[in-house]
Write a protein that binds this ligand. Structure first.
Ligand SMILES: NC(=O)c1ccc[n+]([C@@H]2O[C@H](COP(=O)([O-])OP(=O)(O)OC[C@H]3O[C@@H](n4cnc5c(N)ncnc54)[C@H](O)[C@@H]3O)[C@@H](O)[C@H]2O)c1
Length: 252
């Protein structure tokens, strides 16, 4: 029997990067997956096993109504939410110190990364309390563990996610609900290759990003997805409230 046979898993940010790899791994391991994203699902649909067994839902996690619809659609279609991996997030577009950071960009990152993740966690928990258990993983960041100069909004939003995860872990610890965060350093996805530091166009910045890890390389989205699935599985039943670095030794 596969590890997630008869399980239902929500993955936000499932059209790209870490979320895409997570959705595919859940499907490979037997889960029915609800893929949520604002982006296009063509690429993930072409690779996910049994593409017709899953749901693909346009959902902006920063919009309360979209997240409510995500939960309602999942429960209506599949009856429960066993696992949720909240991957959707955005990176800052520019590098600026706090006093020069544009207010609109600052607030937008908080709205998506923190408020959006909170909507997901809040309504996932509401359902998990009703059904008597469940398992949540939030993809935070190494920038949720330490400060990141010229990227304060992103770091603040991810520190916020870690605070949310730890607090919820305590609140629901006796209700058969676990919640953990994953805090990756540099993972090779469109976000980092084409984002703030544009690593795809900047060989020096690319080298620096690799050297930040003791392994002298960036991580692969699948290496983060493996940790997310493990945290959702019965192999980690005594784990809750962790904000776990996935970092190629960077924090060692
Ligand atoms: N790549 C890295 O180096 C790295 C490091 C640490 C943390 N992270 C975190 O990992 C998560 C996944 O990032 P990734 O690297 O796979 O990036 P990515 O850009 O490849 O994927 C992010 C996905 O989230 C979706 N998304 C963005 N805003 C959304 C919204 N409002 N509602 C729904 N979906 C939305 C995008 O459309 C995209 O498909 C993010 O939360 C990011 O902060 C990434």
């Amino acid at each position: 029997m596969k590890r997630f046979e008869n399980k239902v898993a929500i993955v936000t940010g499932a059209a790209s990067g870490i979320g895409r790899a997570t959705a595919i791994k859940f499907a490979e391991e037997g889960a029915k997956v609800v893929l949520a994203d604002i982006g296009d699902f063509d690429s993930v649909k072409s690779e996910i096993p049994n593409p017709q067994s899953h749901i693909y839902l346009k959902c902006n996690i920063g919009e309360r109504a979209d997240v409510v619809n995500l939960i309602e659609t999942t429960v209506k279609t599949f009856g429960s939410i066993d696992c949720a991996v909240n991957c959707a997030g955005i990176a800052g577009k520019i590098s600026k110190p706090v006093h020069e950071y544009p207010e609109e960009d600052w607030l937008n990152q908080i709205q998506i990364n923190l408020v959006g993740t909170w909507y997901c966690v809040k309504f996932q928990l509401e359902q998990m309390v009703k059904q008597g258990g469940g398992n949540i993983v939030c993809v935070s960041s190494a920038a949720g563990l330490v400060g990141q100069p010229e990227n304060s909004s992103y770091a603040a939003s991810k520190h916020g996610v870690n605070g949310l995860v730890k607090s919820a872990a305590i609140e629901y610890a006796t209700q058969n609900i676990r919640i953990n965060a994953i805090c990756p350093t540099a993972i090779e996805t469109p976000m980092i290759m084409h984002g703030r530091r544009k690593l795809a166009e900047n060989p020096e910045a690319l080298e620096a990003a690799k050297n930040h890890q003791r392994m002298k390389r960036m991580g692969h989205p699948e290496e983060v997805a493996d940790v997310a699935l493990w945290l959702c599985s019965d192999q980690s039943t005594f784990m809750t409230g962790h904000c776990m670095a996935v970092d190629g030794g960077a924090f060692a």
